[in-house]
Design a protein. Structure first.
Length: 471
């Protein structure tokens, strides 16, 4: 992995001569422009490890579409790179600043503009927090399914930029499946609308999908039309203990092969279970080698859990415990949501991988991760959206120990290589950013890279938008 600083096409002398601050302030209120180096430094990076960040020249916090357009016009005029940001909860360095850039933080554009129960859509600005949207549409009997583990902090704009997923993807799918239309400010400041408000629509190329997962490299999303679903019944959760991770993965395969449609199917290995107990004293069974959580939000979830429980037992579960009510279910889900925070507490620093493999190879993936942990003498915990085959191997290490940091980096790369060998992908929901640029090239090949760069050039010919990311 190349560890150089993020470079961008810029002319610092030109930017200085043109008076970047003065030009920005000509169309922005003073409170929207932050230039104090001590303040701007706090916007330099997201939550990813091993991703260097540059020093921003200025941070801008617009509140309107017109203000975003002004920023992009100034940036184009002065040839200054622009790095869009949301809540910076990302895990790939996609929101990291480049030297001399304008950081465009969209967190102040946080209005829910419309909730339409007939059309089953919501229209929102990019700074709306995922959980806030979920609660707002819930008041109308509606449901916005994508729910990343950071849903109480992450923003819809960031979710769109990284095509994020969440715990419910096994039944409801990822962010891309809920974005119907977008308003996007292009690199030169023009405003473009993509997509639709209708339930169906196939007019022209699907530019909306192109922006989802583009990590701010093609344009600035300033408004999104999102599809909603009717609020499902309250889900119930089942916890199944297994004597091996392989047995738990076999249960996942049996559940999916049997045609069951759980609203959630999550796995925590023994390292993750212990870390959660150490952090939150939740009383999870540390004797287990793998804990599988399955949930149903059907009209008779208890009956569905009973069927899945029987499949878990047939696959070798040592104990199957269905939750009795919603409160007990939420407690189990809270344990899963705490997984990454708990693993971070093991050594102080983590590298969170995001490798997705076919469900049929999930057992091979977990066995391989265990071998990597032994090879590098590291603690690697795994939590996974098992129903999707999306694993989050989390390497725990001491960042102050150079040798341990090196081993962490090497183990991370070896896990990504394993995922590709098993027919998987280097990222299921976290994106590429800085962290996985080299691996994206390996996955999609030289022709794929060439075509993606051509698309980037079409939308951003000067290379000003989030430079140094993806490829």
């Amino acid at each position: 992995m190349i560890m150089s600083r993020i470079e961008a096409p810029r002319d610092e002398d030109t930017a200085a001569a043109g008076g970047l601050l003065d030009r920005l302030l000509s169309g922005l209120p003073a409170e929207a422009v932050l230039a104090d180096p001590d303040v701007t430094a706090s916007y330099a990076n997201d939550m990813a490890s091993f991703c260097e960040a540059g020093t921003p020249a200025v941070v801008v916090l617009p509140r309107t579409v017109e203000q975003v357009q002004h920023v992009m016009r100034v940036a184009t005029e002065l040839r200054v790179p622009v790095v869009p940001q949301g809540a910076r909860t990302g895990l790939s360095g996609a929101a990291n600043a480049s030297d001399g850039c304008v950081v465009l933080s969209l967190v102040k554009m946080d209005r829910i503009l419309e909730i339409n129960p007939v059309d089953r859509i919501a229209v929102v600005e990019p700074g709306v927090v995922n959980a806030a949207l979920s609660r707002a549409v819930g008041e109308h009997g509606l449901y916005y399914p994508p729910d990343p583990s950071s849903w109480e902090m992450c923003t819809i704009g960031g979710n769109i930029g990284t095509a994020s997923g969440g715990l419910c993807c096994v039944k409801y799918g990822v962010t891309a499946e809920y974005v119907l239309g977008l308003d996007v400010v292009l690199a030169d400041g023009r405003l473009m609308s993509t997509g639709r408000r209708t339930a169906k629509g196939v007019a022209g190329y699907d530019l909306t999908r192109l922006f989802v997962g583009s990590e701010g490299s093609l344009g600035i999303v300033v408004r999104a039309v999102l599809a909603l679903k009717p609020q499902p019944p309250q889900q119930l959760v089942l916890a199944a203990e297994f004597g091996s991770a392989r047995a738990a993965c076999d249960a996942v395969c049996k559940i999916m092969e049997g045609g069951h449609v759980p609203s959630l199917l999550e796995l925590m290995d023994r390292t993750t279970v212990k870390a959660v107990n150490d952090l939150a004293h939740m009383g999870l069974p540390e004797t287990t080698e793998a804990l599988l959580l399955a949930a149903f939000d059907t009209h008779d979830p208890a009956a569905d859990l009973a069927l899945v429980g029987a499949l878990c037992e047939a696959a070798g579960a040592t104990q199957v415990v269905p939750a009795e009510d919603a409160a007990e279910s939420e407690l189990l889900l809270q344990a899963r949501r705490l997984s990454l925070t708990a693993l971070e507490a093991v050594k102080g620093t983590t590298m969170i991988d995001d490798v997705c493999v076919p469900r049929s190879r999930l057992g091979d993936m977990l066995d391989g991760i265990e071998r990597v942990a032994e090879k590098y003498a590291l603690t690697i915990g795994v939590c996974a959206h098992a129903g999707d085959g999306n694993t989050h191997p989390t390497v725990c290490f001491d960042a102050t120990d150079p040798d341990e940091s090196r081993r962490a980096r090497e183990s991370f790369d070896e896990i990504m290589a394993l995922g590709l060998e098993l027919g998987g992908t280097i990222t299921g929901e976290h994106g590429v950013g800085v962290l996985k640029k080299e691996w994206l090239a390996r996955e999609i090949g030289p022709v794929g890279v060439e075509m993606q760069r051509a698309i980037k050039t079409a939308f951003d010919p000067l290379g000003l938008l989030n430079p140094g990311k993806l490829f």
